[in-house]
Design a binder for this molecule. Structure first.
Ligand SMILES: NC(=O)c1ccc[n+]([C@@H]2O[C@H](COP(=O)([O-])OP(=O)(O)OC[C@H]3O[C@@H](n4cnc5c(N)ncnc54)[C@H](OP(=O)(O)O)[C@@H]3O)[C@@H](O)[C@H]2O)c1
Length: 387
């Protein structure tokens, strides 16, 4: 049985073989455009009130069940239970050396999965690190490279893939269909319906279209992309529940919901079956820690953090505090940023990359536990709200 630790280790070994540096790539000025997958400014998609809220909030985690967890094995869970963490180890180089020792794994002296999975309300377990797709299939990289990047992520344990009907007008879903063909069972597949499609039987039609583009008969999670323009959520909940009954989706959730939206949703019959809220959350955007994160913790609901590297320009990776910790631990600033985002076992991060080399850097976060001193240094550089 191949564990998450072994997958990360194998990936790192391949990185070493090919001589790919674990350091981050230099960022270019051209990365700066913050544009959403349908070509509009991402910020412009959110109503002004929510934009304000996004800059003052916090994060969360996910998933489903049984022993058939997504990319997480029984061995991982065993190691997990021993509550042995990597935080005491000084560098990822040391971590990988430790992981390469089968005897260390067998003896339970090393764990890579403590806090590295997230559970949702129906007990499904998913990896705390997934893969986004907002700008995949749109010519930013050659399609073959993007498919290889996603496959690399899957092989390293990042088995949750997030997409949406609007990403590249369905092109991201089409590209993902090539990647998951032949290995659908290993993937926890998330897609989203755009709010202007919810009227009438729009959610069912949008879901059918996503399933067709993805080449699958079910989604593991289906989200309402934004609350914008929807004044009453009972119709949405009913449509989602009908899709669950029909076997087209396993669970449903929301995205870009403020606390007030969550309260409204939970007042609707079965609204509390919502599995997660996917929101903007990263070290530089901690506003959700003020109210949304505590609210979700109270309701035992994991959050899913989008733009965990700072968004399309990966702007967070220019951060000196992250770079310093990465240099000390022998990994990239990206790995440190992601390890920070998934630090509490209640948040799933979904970084996007169309580059296999970047995905390998990102996967290191699955095996990286930040020390209290490192967390303090990051808090000092990026204080939580109210501090
Ligand atoms: N629900 C929503 O409203 C919503 C909104 C935004 C995003 N999302 C979801 O969240 C996902 C991620 O968010 P995001 O795309 O906004 O931002 P992100 O994941 O924070 O950053 C993506 C950018 O980082 C770069 N990158 C990734 N790994 C890197 C590394 N190791 N070193 C240097 N650069 C790296 C990528 O370029 P390369 O391809 O060159 O690696 C890409 O340009 C999206 O794909 C989407 O699935 C959801």
């Amino acid at each position: 049985m191949v564990t998450t630790a072994q997958r990360v280790l194998a990936g790192l070994a391949r990185v070493k073989e090919r001589g790919i540096s674990l350091g981050r790539r230099p960022l270019e000025d051209s990365d700066a455009a913050r544009v959403d997958p349908v070509g509009r400014s991402r910020r412009s998609l959110a109503p002004a009130s929510f934009r304000r809220d996004l800059t003052t909030q916090p994060p969360a985690t996910i998933f489903r069940t049984s022993s058939a967890v997504f990319g997480v094995t029984e061995t991982d869970k065993l190691l997990n239970r021993r509550e042995l963490c990597l935080g005491a180890l000084p560098a990822v180089g040391t971590i990988t050396a430790a992981l390469s020792s089968t005897s260390a794994l067998a003896a339970g002296t090393v764990s890579v999965s403590a806090g590295r999975t997230v559970k949702i309300h129906d007990n499904t377990i998913v990896p705390a690190l997934g893969q986004g797709s907002a700008r995949l299939g749109q010519g930013r990289h050659p399609e073959a490279a993007e498919e290889e990047a996603l496959r690399t992520g899957l092989s390293l344990g990042m088995t949750l893939i997030d997409t949406a009907e609007i990403y590249g007008n369905g092109n991201a879903e089409r590209l993902i269909s090539h990647v998951i063909a032949g290995q659908r069972d290993r993937v926890f597949l998330v897609s989203k319906v755009w709010p202007s499609h919810v009227a009438g039987n729009g959610i069912e039609r949008a879901c059918d279209a996503s399933l067709a583009r993805l080449g699958t008969d079910h989604l593991d999670l289906y989200l309402l992309h934004w609350p914008s323009g929807i004044t009453e959520f009972s119709g949405v909940v009913t449509a989602f529940e009908n899709l669950v009954s029909a076997g087209k989706i396993r669970a449903w959730g929301v995205s870009n919901f403020k606390v007030s939206h969550m309260e409204q949703l939970f007042h609707v019959p079965h609204g509390d079956r919502c599995a997660t809220n996917q929101i903007l959350y990263n070290l530089g955007d901690r506003g959700m820690e003020r109210d949304l994160l505590p609210w979700c913790e109270q309701h035992d609901m994991p959050l899913m953090a989008y733009s965990p590297l700072g968004g399309p320009d990966a702007g967070l990776l220019r951060d000196l505090a992250l770079a310093r910790i990465g240099a000390a631990r022998g990994c990239s600033a990206a790995a440190v940023a992601l390890a920070w985002t998934i630090r509490n076992g209640k948040v799933i991060a979904i970084p996007e990359s169309g580059s296999a080399a970047h995905v390998k850097e990102n996967a290191v976060a699955l095996a990286l536990t930040l020390t209290p001193e490192e967390l303090e240094a990051l808090d000092a550089a990026h204080p939580p709200p109210g501090r």
